[in-house]
Design a protein around this ligand. Structure first.
Ligand code: CA
Length: 237
């Protein structure tokens, strides 16, 4: 029998916590919950869940501290639950190592999709480290990492070095949001200016090359104030 995936929900608002655990239990996930950061950390270290859903605003501690403490010893997927107005907190959480975020109020479908993506991604990191550099493909866009080749509907797209670096990083993390500053770090190095303008300019050029209608992108989406998210690879199981 397949073992159920276990999800820890750290959320002090009881109604939200109940909604999440009921939803996940109905989908055959095993859930545990904590209403404080202290309890959450205790369960996290003792039960080692497969994924954590973490509210950033907890009564006893900042969710950001939980991410930082957890990242010292574990790479398990962490999805942050945040309010619509907490743009800066979301970015800080992602930069501290959270895998994704979901904004309150959210629906069942969105929650489940985020969880599936985060779990697939953590599995993919393991298979990739076994030297599996499988090409990315979605909706006619392909990125072949070995050949450094990008195509749309079979036609080669000529990207500059920087544009390719941006596209390949988003493709390797497809389905997940990547913050502006982590993209800048990866592409220009950790000592680069945290200047989003050059990134925006490159993204505009990338979209002109990839998208049929750059104003309504289907491959790379902007998450305003946060970063970019590439449509998920169709071949990920
Ligand atoms: Ca809260």
């Amino acid at each position: 029998m397949l073992q159920k995936l276990s999800i820890l929900v750290i959320e002090d608002e009881k109604s939200i916590c109940d909604f999440i655990t009921k939803t996940l239990n109905a989908q055959n996930y095993k859930t545990t919950s904590a209403h404080t950061g202290k309890d959450g950390l205790a369960i996290l270290t003792s039960a080692l869940p497969d994924l954590v859903l973490l509210d950033l605003g907890l009564p006893d501690m900042d969710g950001l501290d939980i991410i930082q403490q957890t990242r010292r010893w574990s790479s398990l997927p962490i999805i942050v639950i945040s309010a619509r107005t907490q743009e800066r907190e979301k970015v800080a959480a992602l930069d501290a190592g959270a895998d994704d975020y979901i904004t309150k109020p959210f629906g069942t479908d969105e929650l489940l999709a985020r969880i599936r993506t985060a779990i697939r991604h953590s599995n993919k990191i393991m298979t990739d480290s076994m030297n599996n550099n499988r090409p990315y493909s979605a909706k006619g866009l392909t990125v072949d990492f070995d050949k450094r080749l990008v195509t749309v509907d079979g036609n080669e797209i000529h990207l500059t070095r920087v544009e390719y670096k941006i596209v390949s990083m988003l493709a390797k993390n497809s389905g997940k949001v990547i913050t502006y500053s982590s993209l800048i770090d990866q592409v220009w190095g950790p000592y680069a200016d945290d200047n989003n303008r050059i990134l925006r300019v490159n993204m505009a050029n990338i979209r002109r090359k990839l998208e049929k209608n750059p104003g309504e992108p289907v491959y790379i989406f902007t998450e305003l104030g946060i970063g970019y998210r590439m449509i998920e690879d169709e071949n990920i199981e």
